[in-house]
Design a protein around this ligand. Structure first.
Ligand code: ZN
Ligand code: ZN
Length: 306
């Protein structure tokens, strides 16, 4: 075997609602923590929630070929959530051939969902790809339909309802980034809510009520306060997360009030080392608020809701 095969390929069909964490980091540059994002698999569909800088590499590591992606759902337009879109857009459109597989490139327009502002921001990005896109059509003979984007902007409401898969967008609060939204996925009797970036809001509790899995962003306030004491000169930058994110203890409160079955933390600030001791310290105090299982998300973790 001389040609690099695709490893750990996930099945084409997922009978159970499945969440793959692609990145559990933040805008900060932490080793082993890609920019935040998740793939949600249901039936033969693969939805991408956010598209940060390492999305294509993380998809390949997760065994999900980028060619499967024709639906990208943005929560908001901070760069850690959209910076990988150029790579994803072109890579998903290219046919990729190994000795064992042919992964046909996307031959349909990319479906892009997001809050208002999405068409303007992603549209400008798409304009910047035009030079490469034209070469791929004229020289590489890529399917022209794949060069297009169709947009669905919606801050609140059902954005997808087909083949038993329903996706609902709802507003959260990440101001000054406005609007910012979260997504609820329902499939085969199971429900997942992905919070996006937000302070604690009642809307999340409402939509996550009884959910099987709540993927919520969180930062550890005492760890951040310790860094501020250590580096007072950088106090303003370090204290920014407190203005528009959720503390670990607040996330526990949301999970408890919503009665979710499992709380999965992501978008860690500051990111803990991916080991048991560090993660237990990171979630200190949460168990006293929320009695259910709490998982500190790591990149490439998979959750199959059976
Ligand atoms: Zn973010
Ligand atoms: Zn953000």
């Amino acid at each position: 075997m001389y040609i690099q095969p695709q490893m750990n390929l996930r099945p084409d069909y997922h009978p159970d609602l499945t969440v793959v964490l692609l990145g559990t980091g933040s805008p900060r540059a932490f080793y082993g923590r890609a920019k935040p994002g998740a793939a949600v698999l249901a039936g033969d569909k693969t939805f991408l929630v956010d598209c940060g800088g390492s999305t294509v590499d993380q998809l390949i590591k997760a065994g999900i070929m980028p060619q499967r992606i024709s639906d990208v759902l943005f929560t908001h337009h901070h760069y850690d959530h959209n910076g990988g879109f150029f790579d994803l857009f072109i890579t998903s459109w290219r046919t990729h051939i190994t000795a064992e597989h042919v992964f046909e490139g996307r031959s349909v327009p990319m479906q892009v969902y997001g809050p208002e502002t999405t068409k303007t921001i992603i549209g400008k990005m798409r304009e910047s790809f035009e030079f490469d896109v034209n070469l791929r059509i004229s020289y590489n003979l890529s399917d022209e339909a794949g060069s297009l984007i169709e947009y669905t902007e919606c801050n609140e409401g059902v954005i997808y309802d087909k083949d038993g898969i329903r996706i609902t967008a709802f507003e959260v609060d990440h101001r000054p980034v406005y609007p910012a939204i979260a997504y609820k996925f329902e499939y085969n009797g199971k429900t997942v809510v992905i919070s996006g970036d937000t302070i604690p809001v009642a809307n999340t509790e409402k939509h996550a009520a009884g959910a099987d899995l709540l993927v919520h962003e969180a930062y550890n306030k005492s760890w951040l306060d310790a860094l501020i004491r250590q580096y007072p000169k950088h106090g303003k930058a370090l204290s920014n997360p407190a203005k528009y994110h959720t503390t670990t203890l607040e996330a526990a409160g949301i999970a408890q009030r919503a009665g979710v079955k499992h709380l999965l933390l992501t978008h860690h600030i500051p990111a803990p080392v991916a080991n048991k001791a560090a993660e237990e310290a990171y979630i200190e105090g949460m168990a006293g608020i929320y009695a259910g299982p709490i998982t500190v998300g790591r990149d490439l973790m998979v959750f199959e809701l059976k």
